[in-house]
Design a protein around this ligand. Structure first.
Ligand code: DSN
Length: 478
């Protein structure tokens, strides 16, 4: 496709929007400018391709399509069937999965679909069988009451939040924590790494229905073969949330013991992080869970978003191209170069480095909280997010960490030399920032001091670093 076609498509779209509500058109244009000018290091963000973006902006958005391919609760879904089937086929082929469900709207939705599929398979189905009925509507009031109590009384073992686990893996502020009795496994305080013997011990003691692997802030590989063995040893279903590293699995950087798909009973992911697709979620599973997974809508999901499923099909087709493997490898090369650059300059990193797409800086080494560091970096044109570190004394709001990731900058084409320069910019800002004080003289966890001229200088250096790698070079909205 010609570069002109991309530019014309987006300009025309904005013209149409501007005729109705110019402020929305302006905000869309401003977002492109902001994304072009900042050094985006948020580990969970990326830049989807123009084809993926365009696949979402159309009349598929108008269609209701509850149900699954060929089995809908609405008439006229033949074209939705086409894109949903295509997205699922690309997902199965890309990940070597037996079954793919591409309707979840996000990662939390994908996890809810997975939890309820496991509960239906392991708790509800045996109860129906025992009562000798086919469906829940046929249960007596007493049996239904007993089943509801049993469904709400199951156990989950997942990675602790401050070790890098995710809120949706059974933590109380999230619905998963209200559904499950949850225990978590942490990391070894000395190394910051998962201690599989401790996980096995916790599993033996707690006997979870579901063992969850996967993370949103752990900078190392996870051995999914060992976790599956642990799950099997206690009769648990093994679920992996690969939202963060799905692109590294798709690009065959994580293979063998480090590829969750052959080892887990069920795998969830988002599609917009390292996988570089539209915002959304997806579930992959073994055949025995497929029917339950396909009941995700209306079990826990609202109507599917056919326009997003169309975009998932496009993005997954892109990820099946040979150049995606090269992209995935460069993500890791860049993260390692960034980590090495930071370490060489004296930064303290959780686990001392990375083998994936993310790096977790313990900013207590700079005398800052995560919140202070995040804001100082933002003032300097570097977009990151604060994150807890293991045994974080500052809790989940202020934190002691900054999580940075390379999927987005790698998409723009930055390489390892530029990662070293990025490390220099980050280190400069963090060494020049000092913690502020509250009005009463006590130490503040939010206030900070940074010379605005220094921040401006770093922001200009960040822009210079990005200049040879324009974002969406074919798109000219002027
Ligand atoms: N919001 C995603 C992340 O940043 O990791 C997952 O919650």
């Amino acid at each position: 496709m010609s570069r002109n076609a991309e530019s014309t498509a987006f300009r025309s779209a904005l013209e149409v929007i501007r005729a109705v509500e110019p402020r929305v058109a302006d905000a869309i244009g401003a977002e492109l400018t902001d994304q072009r000018e900042s050094l985006k290091l948020i580990a969970s963000e990326n830049y989807a391709s123009p084809a993926t973006l365009l696949a979402m902006g159309n009349w598929f958005s108008d269609k209701y399509a509850e149900g699954t391919v060929g089995r809908r609760f609405y008439a006229g879904c033949q074209n939705v069937d086409t894109v949903e089937a295509l997205a699922a086929e690309h997902a199965r082929e890309l990940f070597g999965a037996a079954h793919a469900y591409v309707q979840p709207h996000s990662g939390i939705d994908a996890n809810l679909v997975a939890f309820w599929a496991v509960l239906a398979d392991r708790v509800e189905s045996p109860a129906l069988k025992k009562a000798q009925v086919r469906q829940v509507n046929d249960l007596t009031e007493a049996d239904w009451f007993a089943l509801r109590r049993e469904l709400g009384n199951q156990r989950m073992l997942g990675m602790s939040l401050d070790a890098g686990g995710h809120l949706t893996h059974g933590f109380r502020p999230n619905i998963s924590g209200k559904m499950f009795d949850q225990r978590s496994y942490g990391t070894d305080p000395a190394t910051g790494l998962i201690d599989y013997d401790r996980v096995a011990e916790a599993a033996r003691e707690f006997k979870p229905l579901i063992l969850v692997g996967g993370y949103s802030a752990y900078p190392r590989k996870v051995n999914f073969r060992i976790l599956r063995e642990i799950a099997d040893s206690v009769g648990a279903t093994f679920m992996v949330d690969m939202a963060h590293f799905a692109g590294l699995v798709a690009g065959k950087v994580f293979t063998g013991d480090f590829d969750p798909v052959p080892h887990a009973h069920i795998v969830t992911t988002t599609t917009h992080k390292s996988l570089r697709g539209p915002r959304g979620g997806m579930v992959l599973c073994q055949p025995e869970l497929a029917d339950q997974v396909d009941r995700g809508c209306p079990m826990v999901l609202g109507g599917p978003l056919p326009h997003v499923m169309a975009a998932k099909a496009v993005a997954l087709a892109e990820a099946r191209r040979p150049d995606f493997a090269d992209y995935a490898q460069r993500i890791v090369d860049n993260a390692q170069a960034l980590a090495e650059g930071l370490l060489r300059r004296g930064a303290k990193l959780v686990t001392g480095g990375t083998d994936n797409h993310l790096v977790l800086i313990d900013v207590s080494g700079y005398g800052l909280t995560g919140r202070q560091a995040e804001q100082a970096l933002l003032d300097s044109g570097i977009v990151t997010n604060r994150n807890s570190v293991p045994q974080d004394p500052n809790g989940a709001w202020y934190t002691s960490g900054i999580r940075i990731g390379t999927p987005a900058l790698t998409t723009r084409g930055l390489g390892t030399a530029e990662m070293d320069q990025t490390a220099e910019l980050i280190h400069t800002v963090l060494t020049q920032t000092t913690a502020g004080a509250n009005a009463d003289g006590t130490a503040s966890k939010a206030k900070y001091n940074l010379d605005p001229d220094l921040a401006d200088k770093v922001a200009r250096q960040a822009t210079d670093l990005l200049a040879p790698h324009p974002l969406y070079p074919a798109i000219d909205l002027a």
